[in-house]
Design a protein around this ligand. Structure first.
Ligand code: FMN
Length: 392
């Protein structure tokens, strides 16, 4: 128990135990606003014993959004974010925010213009064809990341988590599947790393040496032509060198293999029912099973790749993927992971960490039905199969 419930450090931040809530899109930011529901969600997680909670995907600019009910960082929302961070701190936990940009799979309907991407590409989910980012765009988006990180710190966040995985914009530059550029930002791995490492380096420069900058990345994209573990190890080293305080090696590509990061049941029926657009509802219902591959769940399903990254760097590596019990946390800790991130176990029950500590539970009852993923599309993530967790 001491290995799990003893303090640990990320950069200059001391956390009270080794369990962090991973970024799980809450679907609670209607019109891009911080709502009381979002604040209560994270306060409740903090009360439940987590060392640090993470506000999920917050776009660094308006043009990085996929959904209407998604946050984007700007000065106007800092006072409300401050209410959120205060509420979490009062419960004795720390709070981080995930900063990213959706790149080619942003929704044209939401951002009001053509999406940006590493190279021109059609997104079949949003049916939009992105424009290749030019050098001015790259400079502008780097500045947006830096500005968002500074605003997050001014709102009281204890850490920022840069999203460089799951097929988001930085991941689109890293992946040869989406990056076909012929300039210094495409081609070799060194070139594909240029924009993501520039973002991390500039954020580090702006925030100073101690502020925790976590980076979520892919150990594997999951489709032919994507990033594989050999490149991921080099990417991890480059992120460490650019100034990351800790790495979170996940997997999957939202627009292509979204369930590789989750595993388990594919809730096609529920996902299609919750789509705001009729075309998407019909499309998902008819073709969902063919468009979205299913992947079998097992505990610690990303362990081997994460271990290779753990061996390659000197900064803390936070294990993510199938952490569901005391045994799995201990296994991760024994393999040298300084922290773990948990998603579904804490959606199923926000008191899960407390219950592990008191001995009331040793394993999460979550059965990976993944209907929480469908629920987030409809306006608020919660566990559909039980009543101990968050209310609808
Ligand atoms: C409802 C839901 C929403 C998620 N949203 C995000 C997100 O916004 N950003 C992200 O990086 N990962 C997201 N994820 C993935 C989780 O952070 C995590 O990588 C994944 O659930 C595996 O961890 P677990 O086995 O502990 O659930 C989401 C997962 C779920 C279940």
């Amino acid at each position: 128990m001491n290995k799990i419930f003893s303090p640990g450090k990320i950069g200059g931040l001391q956390l009270k135990n080794r369990i962090i809530r991973s970024g799980c899109f809450e679907g609670m930011c209607q019109n891009g606003q911080v709502t009381d529901k979002l604040i209560e969600h994270h306060r409740r997680l903090a009360e439940g014993g987590i060392a640090m909670t993470t506000v999920a995907y917050c776009s660094v600019s308006h043009d990085g959004r996929t959904f209407e009910h998604e946050l984007w960082m700007r000065k106007e929302i800092v006072p409300d974010l401050k209410r959120l961070t205060d509420a979490v701190h009062k419960e004795g936990a720390a709070v981080s925010i995930q900063l990213g940009h959706s790149g080619f799979f942003t929704s044209k309907g939401v951002i009001g213009k053509r999406p940006l991407g590493a190279s021109p590409k059609l997104c079949v989910f949003t049916m939009s064809y992105c424009r290749e980012m030019n050098k001015k765009d790259i400079k502008e988006k780097t500045a947006d990341f830096v500005n968002a990180a500074l605003l997050a710190r001014s709102a009281g966040f204890n850490a920022v988590e840069i999203h460089a995985g799951h097929g988001y914009l930085l991941s689109q530059f890293l992946s040869p599947w989406t990056n076909k550029r012929k300039d210094e930002f495409g081609g070799s791995l060194e070139n594909r790393l240029r924009f993501p490492t520039m973002v991390i380096r500039e954020i580090r420069k702006a925030l100073g040496p101690d502020f925790p900058v976590l980076v979520k990345m892919n150990q594997r994209d999951g489709m032919p032509g994507g990033v594989e573990i050999e490149d991921a190890v080099k990417i991890a080293k480059a992120f460490e060198e650019a100034g990351a305080s800790a790495l979170i090696p996940s997997a999957g590509f939202t627009s292509k293999v979204p369930f590789l990061m989750l595993r388990g049941n594919l809730p096609v029926k529920e996902m299609s029912e919750n789509q705001p657009k009729l075309m998407n509802r019909i499309g998902l219902k008819l073709f969902g099973r063919f468009m979205v591959p299913e992947h079998k769940y097992e505990p610690l399903f990303l362990f081997e790749g994460a271990r290779k990254i753990r061996e390659a760097v000197n900064i803390p590596v936070i294990y993510i993927g199938g952490v569901e019990s005391l045994g799995t946390i201990l296994e991760a800790r024994n393999a040298g992971f300084e922290f773990v991130q948990m998603g579904r176990a804490t959606i199923q029950d926000p008191d899960f960490v407390k219950k592990l500590q008191t001995g009331e539970l040793t394993r999460s009852p979550c059965d990976h039905c993944n209907r929480c993923v469908a629920a987030m599309d409809a306006g608020g993530v919660y566990c559909v199969s039980n009543e101990v967790g968050f209310l609808e």
